[in-house]
Design a protein around this ligand. Structure first.
Ligand code: PMP
Length: 425
């Protein structure tokens, strides 16, 4: 509507001169509609303010880290209290032991924890641990699944050489036959099978794991001696207070965590069972900032809220409210909108929209009404959202469907044909 973006434009211009590509990685808005802001000023609760002061209800939650709300008073107070005492020290504080005890008490398969900073640290350490445990090389993982941005798993090939990617065999998520074939191909060199909690790849419909697939992954690892790894970095603690595959009755040997475990403070975690303990103790892993105490204080407070509040039930109910309300409004406006993935981590794709033109228009309309949604990546709900926030988002959605319809209607016949058959391009 009447949003300004002059400060964002200015920052982008300056960034172009001093930051490669102006911005890098998953927070680059290069693949988002043009009007999406690149730079932000602050966050509070479920809301986010861009560099020009525009306020949004934020359905990205920092791509996951925001679980209880930005600038959460209790979590951030725990962080600041510890910061004043000491953060990066010559050794860890008692908080490290307390945190490992808390996590092993919450996550069924976990007998130990190693702390690190980014999800990629934890997934890579899972692979290293599995290789040390089995003394084998091959990882079998799902095609298209994201496990981080290091050379072995980055989705972009630039700068990566063949040997960085060697000893990997891919299967189709949820496809038992392709998993069996990948494991068979790995033969006696299989170190690990990786799986995401659900199929949360970008650009496509999401899907829940079938119990057959999850059980087969466990069975194949048991049969071959390989380790089963569930990568909870993105979905951890949004689906369950335990490892999410506990809901399927399947326990992995290792699980990687990150993003929301300290509600936005930098922490990631590798959890493992006793079987993998000796291997985990044998590998050399570390980082200058891996032992920071303030982050661990924030994590302990986050875990306390996970255990003691009804956050999970609330975000689950909010996710359902959003899903039901959107389905109703999309169909009233005559749009086929596919909402896939769990309600707390939804992804929206329009029918007959192969080049995402409708998705981009609709998302821009939402943005202009103060709701930050993503046209091709799964989103995240947080516990700071209220029913009123969801209802406000639904009002914005209704108006945005209307605006999208008008845009299609206002096109010339030739333009309309191009819009509606965009996928043919
Ligand atoms: N695994 C999954 C499933 C992820 O979603 C991500 C991050 N999006 C990672 C690993 C890597 O985490 P990070 O960006 O913190 O290194």
């Amino acid at each position: 509507m009447d949003r300004t973006n002059s400060r964002d434009r200015e920052l982008r211009d300056r960034a172009a001169a001093v930051i490669p590509g102006g911005m890098y990685g998953h927070q680059s808005v290069g693949l988002l509609p043009d009007d999406y802001p690149q730079f932000f000023e602050r966050g509070e609760g479920a809301h986010l303010w861009d560099a020009d002061g525009n306020r949004y209800l934020d359905f990205m939650c920092a791509y996951g880290p925001n679980l209880f709300g930005y600038a959460h008073p209790e979590i951030d107070a725990a962080f600041v209290r510890q910061l004043e005492k000491g953060d990066t020290l010559t050794g860890p504080t008692a908080l490290m032991v307390e945190l490992a005890e808390a996590l092993t008490g919450m996550v069924t398969h976990a007998d130990w924890a190693i702390f690190c900073k980014n999800g990629s640290d934890a997934t890579t350490m899972a692979l290293t641990t599995a290789r040390a445990h089995t003394r084998r090389r091959i990882v079998v993982r799902a095609k298209g699944a994201y496990h981080g941005a290091l050379p072995w798993c980055t989705p972009r090939p630039a700068g990566v050489i063949d040997t960085d990617r060697s000893h990997q065999i891919f299967y189709d998520y949820n496809d038992v036959a392709s998993l069996e074939a990948a494991v068979a191909e790995a033969g006696d060199d299989l170190a690990a099978v990786f799986a995401a909690p659900f199929k949360h790849d970008a650009f496509i419909d999401q899907s829940d794991p079938t119990p057959e697939y999850a059980r087969k992954a466990r069975e194949l690892c048991d049969r071959t001696g390989a380790l089963l790894v569930v990568d909870e970095v993105r979905a951890g603690f949004r689906l369950d207070r335990d490892c999410s595959w506990s809901r399927l009755g399947v326990q992995p040997d290792l699980s990687s965590w990150g993003k929301c475990v300290a509600n936005g403070h930098p922490l990631s975690i590798l959890l493992g069972n006793d079987k993998a303990r000796a291997a985990a103790a044998s590998i050399y892993v570390t980082g200058s900032f891996w032992y920071q105490a303030a982050t661990m204080a924030a994590a302990l407070e986050t875990l306390r809220l996970i255990r003691e509040t009804d956050y999970l039930e609330r975000i689950t109910a909010l996710g359902q409210r959003l899903r039901d309300g959107l389905a109703e409004r999309a169909s009233a406006a005559g749009f086929g909108l596919r909402q896939t993935g769990p309600g707390v981590m939804p992804l929206f794709l329009f029918d007959d929209d192969p080049d995402l033109r409708k998705g981009f228009c609709w998302s821009s309309e939402m943005l202009s009404r103060g709701v930050y949604v993503h046209p091709w990546h799964n989103m995240f709900l947080c516990a700071a959202m209220t029913e009123a926030d969801i209802d406000g988002a639904l009002d914005a959605a209704e108006a945005s469907f209307g605006a999208l319809k008008r845009q299609v209607r206002d096109l010339t016949p030739v333009e309309k044909l191009a819009f509606l058959s965009a996928g043919a391009r």
